[in-house]
Every structure is written in structure tokens, then in C-alpha cells.
Design a protein around this ligand. Structure first.
Ligand code: PMP
Length: 379
């Protein structure tokens, strides 16, 4: 139990709502707990930042984090959980280095993150885009139909980004590659921006990775869930610190892990458990996102989100204003209403509301109230 968990302090009440895409808002009780632990973690006399990663204290922190995570996401025992460094982008190279086995790799592109993954993998072998959203839609506005995916018969794996953070496109269900191809083809999933917001069907996954700085905690640690049978098969030389086999054998302690980021992740996992687990996170994600999409759709075109309703992200909601000249005024006025970091990614413009697990429902309510008032004033 986080001792600072249920304290709703005046500081929390007066904080603005932070809609940043990542690094992103943290649960306030987690921040309070970090503050309480900062100089002296649980009577140890030292801060977590000052502890050896091989100390019994840190071992406890690590053990709790990994146990809670396995429980929260119901991760089967035949998956190893690794805490790595290098972020999501490093995994774009680390995955092929570890599991490609000289075979081709196939990519489904639904936004800029999967596009970048494909480009990086091309540096390590025969990677190919086998379905591209722009061939089915006028932009990154949906997921191309699975029947059109031209997966190669000798592919080592198929990669997807299950939630595109910039374009707001989410797979509501992971593809069933066995049903689609008739063989046990591993699915590689970049779930960086919606992990822990819903359950994962592990029977469809070979490997899943996620950077921490959105729904897990702070930047510096990347979680990798990898099926045991995919480990130790690489035919390429991979730096030992990025070798899944080495990390699995050493409990992610081959070298010094990002200890503080792991400690924060552990606090976030405890917080999620105390809120009611992943089921509760999913309910809240539905509540927040439904409210914001309804506001956009009912604005008579003042606001617009073009993503197909079957793939609209529950975490990252991009929208544009019909009159783009109002965008700057929108951002400035939003800040005056305690709504921060709402500006869209520079590659797409407009706005983006990132509503991760730690965003209180009141934050979504505040945003919707502001959007309605703004549309009334300028519409
Ligand atoms: N994948 C996704 C879906 C992301 O949103 C991001 C970062 N926003 C990345 C990968 C890259 O993560 P990092 O900057 O930690 O390498």
C-alpha cells in the first residue's frame, strides 16, 4: 500500500491537467510517495537513487515490481519480462538483432511509429511493409483490412504498433496471425502508448515492448515481454546488454539497470492495483475517451478527428480545428484553464489530448467543458 496513496492534497487539487504525450502525467499519489521516499527509502537511510542494484533493498523493489506487473497483465509463465534501456526506438533494432534468424520481417504500418520501426529493421535485413494505412485511407486514419496483408510465407515475425501515439490509431484487438496465416508466426507489438490500459491476449503475442514514460512511469526503462521459445535464436551478434537471453538469465541485471525508473514503475503498478487493476483502467479509458470523441463529433465540424471509429485511440486523441487560425488561441486559452500540453505533434498539427491512465476523469471533463465554451465563443 502506498502510504501517500489516498491523500488528495490542495497541491493536487490546484495542479493543472497535463495532456502531454510522454513523458506524461503521473498519478499524484505516486509523486507524493516519491517525495516521501526521496531522502530515505523505507527507513533504509538512503534514497533509491543511491542504492546498489544488487542490494537486498533494491532486489525487493525489483521483485515487487515484476510480480505486480505479471499479475496485473496476467502474463503467462512462458513469457520473460525484461527491464531494458534504450527506449522503444532501440527495440526497433534489438528485436531484429535477437529474433530475426536471417528470415524476412513484415510490417503493418498504421502511423509514424510503425513506419519508423520498419525503416530501422530494414537496416538489419529483409524488412518489408506488407500493409500500409495510406493505401486504404487518405492518411493514417485506420487499420488496413487483415485480408489484404501480404505476409510472406517465410517471415520471421509480423510487427504492429498497437497504439499509434501521434495519429491516434489503436488496434482494439490484436491480430490472430495463426488464423490469418495458418502457422505459428510471432506477432511483435509496440504497445508503448497504451500498455496497462487494457488486457493483452498473450496467445496472439510473440514479443511485446513498451517504453515507460506514458503509462508505466518515467523515461529510462523499457519493458519487454518475450516468449521463451524466441529467446536465444539469434544468428547475429547483438551487444550483450541488449541480448534477451543474457537479460533473461540475469533478471535484467546484467549491468546496472535504470533503478529509479524501475522503482517508479513499481509504484505505478501498486497504484493501478489499488485502483482496481487493468479492468478499472480500461473502464476509465473508455469513459475519458468517449467523452472527448463525443465532444468532437457533436461540434458541427468545429473540431474534427478523421480516424475510423473502429480504430480511434483511447489514449491519444488528435483533433484539428476547422479554422486552423484559431489553433494558437486555443492552446493559449487552454493553458489559462489549466489544460497543458494539448498541442498536436508537429508532423500533423492541430491538437492532441493524451489521456493516459494517470489522467483523472475530471481532467477529461475540464477539457470537454473548455472545448465547448471555446467553440461557442469562436464558432
Ligand atoms: N513507439 C511509440 C508508440 C511511441 O509513442 C514512442 C515515443 N513516443 C516510441 C515508440 C519511441 O520511444 P522512445 O522515445 O522511448 O524511444
Amino acid at each position: 500500500m502506498l502510504s501517500a496513496l489516498n491523500l488528495i492534497t490542495p497541491e493536487q487539487q490546484s495542479r493543472p491537467y497535463n495532456f502531454a504525450p510522454g513523458p506524461a502525467t503521473l498519478p499524484f499519489p505516486v509523486l507524493s510517495q516519491i517525495a516521501a521516499d526521496l531522502y530515505n527509502w523505507q527507513g533504509s537511510g538512503v534514497s533509491v537513487m543511491e542504492m546498489s542494484h544488487r542490494s537486498p533493498e533494491f532486489e525487493r523493489i525489483y521483485h515487487h515490481a515484476v510480480t505486480d506487473l505479471r499479475e496485473l497483465l496476467q502474463v503467462p509463465q512462458n513469457f520473460k519480462i525484461l527491464f531494458m534501456q534504450g527506449g522503444g526506438l532501440a527495440q526497433n533494432a534489438i528485436v531484429p538483432m535477437n529474433i530475426v534468424q536471417g528470415k524476412p520481417t513484415d510490417f503493418i504500418v498504421t502511423g509514424s511509429w510503425s513506419e519508423r520501426s520498419a525503416k530501422e529493421a530494414m537496416r538489419y535485413g529483409n524488412a518489408q511493409v506488407v500493409a500500409h494505412a495510406k493505401d486504404s485511407f487518405s492518411g493514417f486514419y485506420g487499420i488496413p483490412g487483415e485480408q489484404g496483408w501480404e505476409i510472406r510465407s517465410d517471415a520471421a515475425y509480423v510487427h504492429i504498433c498497437s497504439n499509434e501515439t501521434i495519429h491516434g490509431v489503436e488496434f482494439y484487438e490484436l491480430p490472430d496471425l495463426k488464423a490469418l496465416t495458418g502457422r505459428d508466426l510471432p506477432l511483435v507489438v509496440d504497445a508503448s502508448s497504451h500498455i496497462l490500459s487494457r488486457f493483452i491476449d498473450w496467445s496472439r503475442v510473440g514479443l511485446l515492448f513498451a517504453g515507460a514514460q506514458k503509462n508505466i512511469g518515467i523515461a529510462g526503462v523499457t519493458l519487454v515481454f518475450v516468449r521463451e521459445d524466441l529467446i536465444g535464436k539469434s544468428i547475429y551478434t547483438c551487444p550483450s546488454v541488449f541480448d534477451y537471453e543474457t537479460l533473461a538469465k540475469t533478471n535484467s541485471m546484467y549491468n546496472t539497470p535504470p533503478t529509479f525508473a524501475i522503482y517508479v514503475a513499481g509504484l505505478v503498478f501498486q497504484w493501478i492495483k489499488e485502483q482496481g487493476g487493468v479492468k478499472r483502467m480500461q473502464e476509465l479509458a473508455n469513459e475519458r475517451s468517449n467523452m472527448i470523441y463525443a465532444c468532437i463529433d457533436e461540434s458541427n465540424g468545429f473540431y474534427k478527428n478523421q480516424v475510423a471509429p473502429s480504430a480511434r485511440s483511447k489514449m491519444n486523441i488528435p483533433f484539428v480545428l476547422q479554422n486552423d487560425e484559431l489553433s494558437q488561441i486555443f492552446v493559449e486559452q487552454a493553458a489559462k484553464h489549466k489544460i497543458l500540453h494539448i498541442k498536436g505533434h508537429k508532423s500533423v498539427g492541430g491538437m492532441r489530448a493524451s489521456v493516459y491512465n494517470a489522467m483523472p476523469v475530471q481532467g477529461a471533463v475540464a477539457l470537454v467543458d473548455f472545448m465547448k465554451a471555446f467553440a461557442k465563443q469562436y464558432g
